[in-house]
Ligand binder design. Structure first.
Ligand code: CTP
Ligand code: MG
Length: 241
């Protein structure tokens, strides 16, 4: 065991992984589809386990695959505790199920999409560090590169949006545990991210620099990009096998 894996963190990471991957096309649940011969979820969990801030990983799995996911991931967490729960009907329900399973202890909780399978461990640690430094909620973001226009129902342009004020949002998103719990307790409509729930509470959300390697694998073309990213991944840390 390397010195790196002897260092234990203070963060619980929730991994919503229960989606079916409709936009990827027919097949197994997205988290279990292969990238370079390895399920997306295994890629994601290996990289989380290599982040020194992480103390425990809680996965929300497709309900039919809970036992298989446990078997898949157990050897890949570098000795970190792993909890696998059945996910819900939408992402927010899966996150809520995982949050309910977090053991006592960690006061910082990160939420990370299994679909962002190649997220570098350093990004996980930088989000956690920003929460530890005092932010209630932290999101990794990238600038928006395309020109963005709003349109009406007929696809006629209404306006060009000022891109300089926009950010594309990634995961992991980091929270003080009590803030995330309050946000989910208050949730009514499903949101596509957890910071959206926290914003509803009026809590400020801090942006930190994201990573192009943290792209969300959504459509078939994203898998092509991810195969290239995997082949060119910097070997900065030892990943558990
Ligand atoms: N997710 C989840 N539970 C759901 C739906 C989504 O845990 N009921 C997870 C997905 O597994 C994924 C993350 O939320 O890791 C982001 O969702 P998305 O990229 O939309 O994945 P899917 O919902 O699987 O894809 P699609 O929307 O194309 O069906
Ligand atoms: Mg989805």
């Amino acid at each position: 065991m390397t010195a790196h894996f002897q260092q234990r963190g203070d963060v619980a990471v929730l991994v919503p992984a229960a989606g079916s991957g409709v936009r990827l096309g027919p097949g197994a649940p997205k988290a279990l589809r292969p990238l370079g011969g390895v399920p997306l979820l295994l890629h994601a969990v290996r990289r989380l386990a290599a982040a020194s801030s992480v103390a425990v990983i809680v996965v929300a799995a497709p309900p039919a695959d809970v036992a298989a996911v446990r078997d898949l991931l157990a050897p890949a967490t570098a000795g970190l505790p792993l909890i696998v729960v059945p996910g819900g009907a939408h992402r927010q329900a899966s996150v809520a199920a995982a949050l309910a399973a977090v053991p006592a202890g960690p006061q910082i909780v990160l939420v990370h999409d299994a679909a962002r399978a190649l997220t570098p461990p350093d990004l996980v640690d930088s989000v956690a560090a920003a929460v530890r430094a005092g932010a209630d909620a932290v999101i990794p973001v990238l600038p928006v590169v395309d020109t963005i226009k709003s349109v009406d129902a007929d696809e006629t342009v209404l306006a060009t949006v000022d891109r300089s004020t926009l950010r594309a949002v990634q995961t992991p998103q980091g929270f003080r545990r009590d803030v995330l719990a309050a946000a989910h307790a208050d949730a009514v409509d499903p949101h596509t991210d957890d910071a959206g729930l926290v914003e509803k509470l009026g809590v400020p959300v801090l942006c930190v620099p994201g990573s192009e390697r943290a792209l969300k694998i959504t459509r078939p073309f994203d898998l092509v990009i991810a195969e290239h990213l995997l082949a060119t991944e910097p070997a900065t840390r030892t990943l558990p096998s």
